[in-house]
Design a protein around this ligand. Sequence first.
Ligand code: IPM
Ligand code: MG
Length: 368
Amino acid sequence: MANPTLLILAGDGIGPEVMGQVTRVIDWFGAKRDLAFEVEHDLVGGAAYDKHGTPLHDDTMAKALEADAVLLGAVGGPKYDALDFSLKPERGLLRLRKEMDLFSNLRPAQCFDALADFSSLKRDVVAGLDIMIVRELTSGVYFGEPRGIFEEGNERVGINTQRYTESEIERVARSAFELARRRGNKVCSMEKANVMESGVLWREVVQRVHDADYADVELSHMYADNGAMQLVRAPKQFDVIVTDNLFGDILSDCAAMLTGSLGMLPSASLGAPNADGRPKALYEPVHGSAPDIAGQGKANPIACILSFAMALRYSFDQGEEATRLEQAVEKVLADGARTADLMGPDGGTPISTSQMGDAILAALDASL
Ligand code: IPM
Ligand code: MG
């Protein structure tokens, strides 16, 4: 059988640096685990704009639709701040999400024991934390029409539209319930049904899907503002959280900090399964392009490496190899390997991006 294909879009800022370490990990699985991939590299975001004048070239879009999985680094940077909205690096990422129809964005927030003291919250609040945010990714206020800045009388008005159809809510709810069954069997759905009609419909549809097909899963509903508060008050009450595109963007950054560093969090964006049963999929770290530290070898590659672990699990049915990689990461952290974002209150000497890669490869070797 032909090797599965991976399209790597390293993007901007620290994207290429962290992706460089992921490439080494991919090569390791090819050499040591007989798990070879056909890897192709292309441009996205500012890097694509610099070369083609667009944040995502049509050829790249076509390749992404063909690939078995896409790995993305990060997009954006101050250099592109003044560009028109349609040309901004972020549009490249949003186009990939929309055209690949990646409606279910899985953002796990797991607190590694070795990092429990790095969170801004107390150790006992976060130690052992393992939650999954399922963010709707292809609709809502990110894509709703009308949108724009319009003249109204003698001033301008900025408009965005929150819009959800029943089928959009239903499919992301299903993916959350399916996931919960393989974890703690609990789903908390978050919206603002107290002020938004789209929230009223969201709550109704999630409940209906639950009652019809997932009555065995424990379901609760929460207003998203309360959800934000509960995430920092007592995050371990949650198992799976399902929410819309904008609330999911905000709540997942909040959840990320519970784990000690944004440099730790991977994500998977999944669409409907293809004929071969494999979902359309894009994997990317939750962190951004971090232009302030780009090019200095300081970035933490773990979020991007753990995103590849998610690819092994969700695209390639290699759950055991995914666990092997996650355990290698856990081991290097337990052994004290720390990039600059993981410096505790008492300092220490940070290792570089590639040294973190070295450590993880050594831990992988030791796992054999
Ligand atoms: C994220 C990011 C993106 C988003 C940006 C880069 C467009 O913040 O993936 O969370 O808002 O979705
Ligand atoms: Mg975000």
